[in-house]
Design a protein around this ligand. Sequence first.
Ligand SMILES: Cc1cc2nc3c(=O)[nH]c(=O)nc-3n(C[C@H](O)[C@H](O)[C@H](O)COP(=O)(O)OP(=O)(O)OC[C@H]3O[C@@H](n4cnc5c(N)ncnc54)[C@H](O)[C@@H]3O)c2cc1C
Length: 422
Amino acid sequence: MDFNDTSKEADFRAKVRKFLDDNCEKRSNNSDTVQGGSAGAPESVKGGESAAKESLKKAKEFQIKKSEAGFAAILWPKEFGGYEGSPIEQVIYQQEEINYFVHSGYFEIGIGMLGPTMMVWGNDEHKKRYLPKMITGEEIWCQLFSEPSAGSDLGGIKMKAEKDGDEWVLNGQKVWTSGAHFSDYGMIITRSDPTALKHKGLTYFFIDMKSPGIEVRPIKQISGTSNFNEVFFNDVRVPDSHRLGGEGEGWKVALTTLMNERLAVGDPPGLDFDQIFEATKQFEVEDGLAIKNSAVRQKMADWYVQSRGLQYTKYRSMTALSKGQTPGPELAISKLVTASKMQEVSSYALDLLEMSGAIHNDKNPILKNLFQGGYFFAPALRIAGGTDEVMRNIIAERVLGLPQDERADKKVPFNEIPSKKN
Ligand SMILES: Cc1cc2nc3c(=O)[nH]c(=O)nc-3n(C[C@H](O)[C@H](O)[C@H](O)COP(=O)(O)OP(=O)(O)OC[C@H]3O[C@@H](n4cnc5c(N)ncnc54)[C@H](O)[C@@H]3O)c2cc1C
């Protein structure tokens, strides 16, 4: 394990810093951190629809600059507008960008997951037409996978796709679709043959989100914002030329998307030890400054150990990436620990603030406003991109070598699996 940048990596880091210094405002200190931005959720945008539009406009403006500098899609081949860099350069860029105010969360699903899917499964025409605009942010993409009865067990989706000449007709519902309300295109997994086995009768398409018959209904979240949606499909027509992979091969295509999703959400940004430690040096408890209190110090020690453990686990992944290897199930460990730590840290900070913890006021010092957002965002982080339990299953099966979950419906045709309606 080597914790230091190589000279090539240090040069790249300097180049990234220069670009960010020239184009964005730097966050001032530890207490000035991000709470969202990953998992396809734009950072919380306060101020209703007009503020959301303004945020999207600024994000698009920055995305153009980022793509011109080559940093928008570091891993993508140059022919589609990428940088053709290494995974470690991608990590370095993310490590640096987090220190600046950047309107993020709009393009990551397309560039991180859907573009790479099109690269593997699309034809030359698809790649030439759609990938460059994905990078520049001129066209935004969303991922239409989850349904009301299919999330962790994605093979259970019911969205019906029936062939009609050169087109397919889609009927059904998707849910939790991040960014569907501002997306131009989406990638969707459908059930084209209900008589086939659960994972066999699926077909994958990309779809114009302005197609007649698509209705997007934003879901109001506990944080007051609406980052994701219900999406209803009523006789929506998709040309067969928008199919990725063969008929009934949708599961294989979806796996390409999901593998890229795991890489993208393995290391979510957010509140951490540094912010809560800073808070304990400023917040008072009944016997004085929180940091002087032995119970508080005990908590700090626990989170310090967790944070350092995560940091070194991350170094292990970075070293693997640096050597051209693919990080293993440690990504699941990072996601599991980071998301629940964010929830615990935020909750504890709000307790320290007592009644004023419930008040988010723009006139508050930054540190007093920091933890409410993390408190509301952390539960989403514990679900998106694989729930805590699913992460634990991955660790159990792939790290500890324990036997796999029983999958009783694996060898049964989908329409014979007992269910309310298939
Ligand atoms: C912020 C956010 C953004 C999202 N964005 C998108 C998006 O853009 N596109 C999209 O398609 N989806 C999106 N999702 C949906 C997300 O993929 C699903 O919520 C997730 O996969 C869990 O599925 P579910 O909600 O159906 O819960 P379920 O799968 O029904 O799980 C319910 C509970 O059962 C547990 N459970 C399930 N299976 C097992 C098992 N085998 N062993 C043990 N416990 C189990 C789960 O851990 C959970 O506690 C998003 C979700 C969030 C929170």
